[in-house]
Design a protein around this ligand. Structure first.
Ligand SMILES: [Zn+2]
Length: 142
């Protein structure tokens, strides 16, 4: 069995724990055209494991952009900054919605660089937020 294999019951638990949202951009699985993934926050190749503490529910876009990254370089100082960690960090400590709840604003350096690396305000997401806001399904309560 591949090292990255995650049992079905654990995938289900991760989805439920995330309230069926991407744990990065908060896209709702039920409305998003992209496939969602149970991703390794710390990739297997970097020593991460399959424990629930290392798994997050992520939309295809965020997961693709994150890939194996766990850190980003601050372009102004060159310093290395950890990306948002959905198990260790609280979303609202690093991010907030703008006034219209259509864009995510980073309120910490980790938040700002995670938005940049994962492209968490990409056009399709902003449009999805507009559409789901119009039917009262956005922003998510979780
Ligand atoms: Zn996402």
């Amino acid at each position: 069995m591949p090292r990255a294999y995650i049992p079905k019951k654990d995938r289900k638990a991760v989805r439920k724990r995330a309230n069926f949202c991407c744990e990065y951009c908060k896209a709702l699985r039920a409305f998003s055209p992209t496939t969602f993934h149970v991703e390794h926050i710390i990739p297997i190749v970097s020593g991460g494991d399959n424990s629930l503490e290392n798994l997050a529910h992520a939309c295809g876009g965020c997961n693709f952009n994150k890939n194996t990254k766990t850190f980003a370089r601050n372009p102004e100082t060159g310093e290395t900054v950890p990306l948002f960690h959905p198990r260790k960090d609280k979303w609202s400590d690093h991010f907030k919605w703008n006034d219209e709840a259509l864009k995510i604003i980073g309120i910490t350096l980790t938040g700002q660089l995670t938005i940049r690396v994962l492209d968490m305000n990409r056009e399709g997401l902003v449009n999805l937020r507009k559409a789901t806001k119009a039917i009262g399904a956005h922003p998510p309560r979780a």
